[in-house]
Write a protein that binds this ligand. Sequence first.
Ligand SMILES: Nc1ncnc2c1ncn2[C@@H]1O[C@H](COP(=O)(O)OP(=O)(O)O)[C@@H](O)[C@H]1O
Ligand code: SF4
Ligand SMILES: [Mg+2]
Length: 343
Amino acid sequence: MTVSASPVPPGPLLDVAELAKRFVVGSKRGLVARALSFSKPAAPPSLLHAVDDVSFTVGRGETVGLVGESGCGKSTLVRLINRLLDPTSGSIRLGGAELSDFRASSFAGNPHRARIQMVFQDAGDSLNPRYTAADAIADPLRRLKRMSGAQLKARVEALADMTGLPRELLPRFPHQLSGGQKARVGIARAIAVSPELLILDEPTAALDVSVQVVILQLLQQLKRELGMSYLFVSHDLNVVRLLCDRVLVMYLGKIVEHGPAAEVFANPSHPYTRALISAIPQADPERRVDRLRLGGEPRSPIDPNPNVCRFYGRCPKGTPRCAEEMPLLRPAGAARQVACHFA
Ligand SMILES: Nc1ncnc2c1ncn2[C@@H]1O[C@H](COP(=O)(O)OP(=O)(O)O)[C@@H](O)[C@H]1O
Ligand code: SF4
Ligand SMILES: [Mg+2]
């Protein structure tokens, strides 16, 4: 199979439709007992709904932010898109090609592999401790672009220059590099094969604040220079506000609000988005708003009731209707969507 470089197909670069991932959960003993219970009809396994019917697009050259609290399914969603995990259902189209038809286990050798790359949350953990920085950056070029020799060496050095990694650090192993240098290696490795879509899963979460700023500036500069699209996962809403064209707000596996970042931040519609935004630290006293504190416990993502709003129980605006009818993501203005009965 070959991947045609031109002409550019119309439509968005990434088109995710009704994507879902459910993990079978329960103790190993419970699973074995269920498998062995020949006499009784086996109870269905418990399913953790990590990503639940998620649909969105990323345009060419666009930066789309994905926000939501820890455990809401952000990493699972981007791992599905990056074809590290197989979806339970749904579609992932990249420039018109259906990627969900390919198994995650064999995607490393797929011609589409070079088109999506990912920068992982903790560069230290995601780099092989036995690979030097040069080996780490060269690895995808060897595998996906069949580069070797002087051409490979020159490309690795060019990538070090592009990401601000001094060339003399290329022979070093990850434990001999600082957090910021490891982040640069992770970025150089991800952009090495010229991806069209770069997924960034909390790329600066493990870094000191001063280093975070420098790495975010580097990412913005690379995007301008290389014309990639970004899917940017972050729990830092100030960063998302600055960097992203559009934002997706996720709560317990579902997108609850979606729209242009400037509009969503200026005028959040969903009660959960309002609570998230009210919690952003504001230096400017004019912009400070009272922090909305969420009561109650988050609902369980295991076998959730399909008729109850996932935010019910914590939502300050909840009514009995919210416990009987799941709100759907509906248009709210020209470019926005909100999943709340009362938005
Ligand atoms: N391999 C797995 N098996 C079972 N549950 C998982 C697995 N991976 C993630 N989960 C669960 O899926 C939910 C979403 O996790 P994750 O995508 O890591 O969230 P986030 O990145 O937003 O913190 C969590 O409840 C998590 O415990
Ligand atoms: S549907 Fe009800 S519980 Fe859900 S977010 Fe809206 S008001 Fe809150
Ligand atoms: Mg995560």
